[in-house]
Design a protein. Sequence first.
Length: 81
Amino acid sequence: MCIRMVYTVMSTEKIISKEIDDLPSLTTLQKNEEVSSSGRVDINILLNRARKVREKETRTNLVFVGLTFSLIFIVGLILSF
């Protein structure tokens, strides 16, 4: 039984090391489009990013509110019978 455990651990180590070797090599990131050649940041890009984040947060909040109201409605229906 001990031999089997050692074999399982050894085989797991081999699998993990193989998966690590299969990872793609790191590449350098391209220059962001936010920074122009003069090193300044475009305010419109920053505002658009802020709007996208706000829209995502709003959508998430609406989903949670909808789920909460549906849960209250379903519990109310179940309790009414």
